[in-house]
Design a protein around this ligand. Structure first.
Ligand code: AHR
Length: 524
């Protein structure tokens, strides 16, 4: 009996928190001061026609031995459903400005083989086209963000694509869609008017793009009867890819005085984590803490990038009608050795998970203006959620972060005050800690805490006001090393696990592990 009591005492000591924390961080969270809605579209994804992103990653074809539904692999669909992916951007990226939609409709055997000149010059079978994309969205429960071809297409081509997808009346294009197996009009929730028009999307000046934008915005119509009022398609203009604000100035200044002929609902922004600049040179495996520190430093510059653009947008749009849409973000590492460098294949480590959480937290803090984002990319390309190799599939550390953040979708931002401290890695100085909080529709409070320090745990003492906290639960994502990865052979190395947490007299007590992402839910 004495032994049992000792044993229980020991267990209580292990479960009580904080334990051996090198330092304690005090957070103060006031749930009575709600901020902006953290739009669920901030958790959107990007699926471009690159390498094995669509082909093999999503599409295996109906005759494949890999289990599939109408050609779309079932394992990937099941995994993505768990993320509640709010929107998927397709077909590009640079590919969008080379894509001609007519090649991707009609009976499979009759679609032309073309070239994917944007990404490796490989043969494009066009087996994954409009119908397959829409089917994929329906299977994973997501919404369409379609980017139209501005550089090598025409306004007419884009307008006809939208009519093909959205017309309910018996027009020739709608009849073609019906003949291709879809009687009802498709919903297109978001329309991207071009992509990186200052580079691969036509190398235009801001003024040159503005003229195109006005034409596409006017003539490319969504005529789906179900999308004429509250479910209106939102139009997103090309925005900047670097912190300079000239492009944003040009578009927003013109928008301020726009007339009935054109309008936009969003301005896009692209920012990749490239610690050594362009071209990408950081390895996605086998790196050390120095490269880890540099990557986090680089990722944190997202905040400044957003601030600069927001200042310009606030000048011309103080009511924040136009959203800032970060429709390409993530870590861009050097392609894995032995792979086609144009396929942008990289591994995904705990480092990527931590930098994903830092970006999602930055977006949450900017939620009044930043209302949509798309990580690049969904499967087998750049910082992906999922890696596949023929019939094998593995969920990446970044996938795990997106899953942990599901409760933050459409939750209301709650301010968190804290002293982040500092963590030094060589020449790089970083905050040791990051945190955000939000209240979901049921009133439950969610807190996310990222410990950037790869060596030291942090004791957390969070004072909660504006709610009566009864109990809490926590999940944490960490791994033995910053470069830990999930592989087909060892898929569970970086996976969330429960973490002890206590609520005592209105305070939340826990200890977050080094290099970790932790999500806590508070029961009231
Ligand atoms: O995501 C890969 C590429 O990065 C996209 O095609 C392009 O828009 C960006 O430069």
């Amino acid at each position: 009996m004495r032994r049992l009591l000792l044993g229980l005492g020991l267990m209580a000591a292990i479960l009580s928190v904080p334990v051996n924390a090198a330092e304690t961080a005090r957070l103060s969270i006031d749930a009575s001061k709600p901020g902006a809605k953290i739009d669920r579209n901030l958790f959107g994804q990007f699926a471009e026609n690159i390498g094995h992103g669509l082909y093999e990653g999503i599409w295996v074809g109906p005759d494949s031995p890999i289990p599939n539904t109408r050609g779309i692999r079932n394992d990937v669909v099941t995994a993505l459903r768990a993320l509640q992916v709010p929107n998927v951007r397709w077909p590009g990226g640079c590919f969008a400005d080379e894509y001609h939609w007519r090649n991707g409709i009609g009976p499979a055997g009759q679609r032309p083989a073309t070239l994917n000149s944007a990404w490796g010059g490989v043969v494009e079978s066009n087996s994954f086209g409009t119908g397959e994309f829409m089917d994929f969205l329906q299977q994973i429960g997501s919404r369409a963000y379609v980017s139209v071809n501005v550089a090598s297409g025409t306004p007419r081509e884009a307008a006809e694509w939208l009519e093909y997808m959205t017309a309910a009346q018996p027009t020739a294009l709608a009849k073609e869609r019906v003949a291709n197996g879809h009687a009802d009009p498709y919903k297109v929730d978001f329309l991207g008017i071009g992509n990186e028009s200052w580079a691969c999307g036509g190398d235009m000046t801001a003024d040159g793009y503005l003229s195109q934008l006005k034409i596409y915005s006017h003539f490319v119509r969504n005529v789906n009867p179900a999308q004429q009022d509250s479910n209106r398609m939102l139009k997103i203009a090309v925005g900047p890819g670097e912190p300079e604000t000239e492009w944003t100035e040009t578009i927003m200044k013109a928008w301020q005085h726009h007339d009935w002929t054109w309008d936009i609902d969003g301005l896009s922004l692209h920012s990749y984590t490239l610690p050594n600049g362009w071209p990408p040179s950081t390895p996605s495996t086998g790196f050390g803490v120095e490269e880890y520190g540099k990557a986090l430093k680089s990722t944190l510059s997202m905040d400044e990038f957003l601030r600069k653009q927001e200042a310009v947008m606030d000048k011309y749009d103080p009511q924040k009608k136009v959203a800032l849409v970060v429709d390409e973000w993530g870590a861009w590492h050097v392609a894995l050795p032995g792979t086609n460098k144009d396929f942008l294949i990289q591994q995904n480590s705990l480092r990527d998970a931590i930098l994903a959480s830092l970006n999602l937290n930055i977006f949450a803090r900017h939620a009044d203006r930043v209302r949509m984002a798309n990580i690049a990319q969904m499967i087998n390309v750049l910082q992906s959620m999922i890696l596949t190799d023929k019939e094998k599939m593995v969920l990446t550390p970044t996938y795990q972060v997106f899953k942990m953040y599901v409760p933050f979708q459409d939750a209301t931002f709650v301010p968190v005050a804290f002293d982040a401290g500092t963590y030094k890695q060589g020449d790089v100085t970083l905050p040791r800690l990051d945190a955000v909080a939000a209240k979901d529709a049921s009133g439950k409070l969610w807190i996310e805490i990222t410990n950037l320090d790869p060596e030291k745990p942090i004791g957390i003492e969070a004072a909660l006001t504006g709610i009566t906290a009864k109990s809490a639960k926590a999940q944490t994502l960490t791994a033995p090393a910053v470069n830990s990865i999930n592989t087909f052979e060892a898929p569970h190395v970086v996976e969330p696990k429960p973490l002890p947490v206590q609520v005592q007299s209105g305070k939340l007590l826990l200890q977050v592990e080094p290099k970790s992402v932790t999500v806590v839910s508070i029961e009231q």
